[in-house]
Design a protein around this ligand. Structure first.
Ligand code: MG
Length: 197
């Protein structure tokens, strides 16, 4: 199994009411057409796809937790290739909270939870550029993925991937269909993960 970790805002989705691209209103969002195409291509090739998103607007009071959850549900409705989404509501680094949401694979019901971080002895924060959400998504896989890729549109995405020691691709290149990224062996990846977890 292969694991595609993907940033949301500016990478696969944008706010249709917001020139900066962030999704502020759950219903005012769209998926970039070339991102939809790539999501389907990865999905068809057997990759599990997990969204990874900073949502510091919650801590800042710009947006409610409930609105963000509604927005995530709408994102998965628009891009059903996404299995689950992790987001960090913290604005203050390093980020000490994570929520996970998605449709349950057994019942099809929508669900969300505040992750119990006691289960993840990760010695880092969760708000990107900290690598906590990336390491958590890998750790949560039922079986260890043979390949992992993180795609994002901002320097903190690239830094988070580097801190987790996983391959990174810029959103623009990924959406254009580039398959060229710095691969590292699964063995190297897991040695590094065991160091960090
Ligand atoms: Mg982004």
């Amino acid at each position: 199994m292969k694991l595609l970790l993907i940033d949301l805002d500016g990478t696969i989705r944008y706010g249709t009411d917001n020139p900066k691209g962030f999704v502020n209103n759950p219903t005012q969002q769209a998926i970039f057409p070339d991102a939809a195409k790539q999501l389907q291509s990865y999905y068809d090739r057997g990759w599990q796809i997990i969204g990874i998103s900073n949502q510091g607007g919650i801590e800042k009071g710009y947006v409610s937790l409930d609105a963000v959850l509604q927005g995530m549900r709408q994102t998965i409705n628009l891009a059903p290739q996404i299995y689950d989404i992790y987001f960090c509501p913290s604005f203050t680094p390093p980020g000490t909270e994570v929520y996970r949401c998605g449709y349950r694979s057994d019942t099809g019901a929508w669900g969300s939870l505040r992750v119990n971080l006691q289960n993840y002895p990760v010695r880092c924060g969760y708000r990107k550029p900290e690598p906590g959400m990336l390491l958590m998504a890998i750790e949560d896989c039922v079986c260890r993925p043979s390949e992992v890729l993180y795609v994002g549109d901002r320097p903190e995405d690239e830094q988070a991937a580097a801190a987790a020691n996983i391959p990174f691709m810029w959103a623009e290149n990924w959406r254009a269909g580039t398959d060229d990224y710095r691969d590292i062996s699964a063995e190297t990846l897991y040695l590094r993960l065991e160091d960090d977890l």
